[in-house]
Design a protein around this ligand. Structure first.
Ligand code: MG
Length: 406
């Protein structure tokens, strides 16, 4: 049986600042990059797929494989520190009945099913095959990055891509040996070469780009649009439009806590000197509680009671900044980032004006936004009601999130 391993654990740092936690989640033609990749691997010869992803995104990728019916994905596992390590971990999880393994980069979404199948056929013949294309440019070498050493004979040069496929047993042995010896390679065929094993070249397509830098994404989008790469993805005009319309979502939150003696007063993550403090299970930071409800609400993730129940001893006395950080992790995993935040604290006393800037800075840093996008206001109720009587402090929060229509 044939399995595919898809290393997708790199965060894509060369892609520049992106608003999703991994480049495999960037939208391409309206759907995440990784979904294109997995659809291309959905060929009759492949029985199961191991998807290797960043350790904090296992749930997100699992959700996506379900949502987009990538039924051949049997395992979504956390990757290692390098691509090589991720492939090794993928091999380890595969049951013995998978005698052949195809490896394909998660960041090559435009590979065609034909190329995948051609690679598989060659592997049955030789035990190792790698897809590539003849080099178009003239390639020169340099030892110091300043002067040319020589021009390499172009007719001998191939630009190697993935997929690459192998008989599983030797590949696994080479990986284990390389890990033991600390040998680093940039693709799996290099391990075969290092072990004197012949690798069959399979002619692929120039459109099988590896999405590495921002211009690759523009090229991929254009190739896909013109039908020059990738599998035809059935898309309604609405879907196609959606790709270019980011999802904006708003949320609101409200909270009240009672004031009492013997407690610190913490508002917006900042300790405010006062003879009373807010009573609650955590530090009772009413402003951040309202904010968390706004953020969770905007993302459609319920409320803080659901994520941090006040019956859970883990949250006893915990700083609400820690909880806010957890909320931000949830948002980021869902592909959301904060556009702006606006908070109103309703308190008769003490005067909050001197602490507003510190609250903005503290909140902005946890919410991973510029301080200009976080606003705090304070108001009294002119002595009216429980807040006016100084028995409680209330807070309202509103936020805007930016995300993608996964
Ligand atoms: Mg609360």
């Amino acid at each position: 049986m044939f399995a595919a391993i898809v290393p997708a654990a790199g965060k894509g740092t060369r892609m520049g600042p992106i608003s999703v936690p991994s480049k495999q989640l960037l939208p391409l033609g309206g759907i995440p990059v990784i979904v294109h990749t997995l659809r291309a691997l959905d060929v009759p010869e492949i029985d199961a797929v191991v998807l290797v992803v960043p350790h904090d995104l296992v749930d997100t990728f699992q959700m996506l494989t379900k949502k987009y019916n990538c039924g051949k994905v049997k395992w979504v596992i956390p990757g290692g520190n390098s691509r090589q390590e991720s492939v090794r971990l993928g091999l380890k999880i595969l049951p013995p009945e998978y005698a052949y393994v195809l490896i394909h980069d998660g960041g090559r979404p435009l590979v065609s099913k034909e190329t995948v199948r051609a690679c598989i056929r060659s592997t049955y013949e030789t035990g190792a095959a790698a897809v590539g294309v003849p080099v178009k440019d003239t390639i020169k070498s340099s030892l110091d990055g300043r002067c040319v050493k020589e021009t390499l004979p172009r007719e001998l040069l191939w630009q190697i891509q993935t997929p690459q496929a192998f008989a599983r047993k030797p590949l696994e042995e080479w990986h284990e040996a390389a890990a033991e010896q600390g040998l680093t390679v940039t693709d799996d065929a290099a391990l075969a070469e290092a072990n004197g094993y012949p690798v069959r070249l399979v002619r692929g397509e120039y459109s099988n780009l590896k999405l590495t830098t921002p211009e690759d994404l523009v090229l991929a989008e254009a190739l896909l649009h013109h039908g020059l790469g990738g599998e035809a993805v059935a898309q309604s005009p609405v879907d196609r439009n959606r790709a270019h319309i980011p999802a904006f979502r708003t949320g609101i939150g409200y909270d009240v806590h009672q004031l009492g003696p013997g407690r610190k007063l913490v508002l917006g993550g900042v300790e405010v000197p006062y003879e009373l403090g807010l009573i609650g299970h955590s530090d009772a930071d009413v402003a951040l509680h309202a904010l968390m409800d706004a953020l969770l609400g905007a993302a459609g993730l319920g409320d803080i009671g659901r994520h941090f129940p006040d019956t859970d001893p883990r949250y006893q006395g915990v700083s609400s900044l820690k909880l806010l950080d957890n909320v931000m992790e949830l948002l980021s995993n869902g592909g959301y980032r904060v556009v702006n935040i606006d908070i109103t604290i309703v308190a008769q006393r003490p005067k909050l004006a001197p602490y507003i800037d510190a609250m903005r800075e503290t909140t902005a840093s946890v919410c991973r936004v510029d301080v200009a996008n976080v606003n705090y206001k304070a108001t009294t109720t002119e002595g009216l009601g429980f807040v006016g009587e100084g028995r409680a402090i209330a807070a309202y929060a509103a936020c805007l999130l930016h995300g993608y229509n996964w």
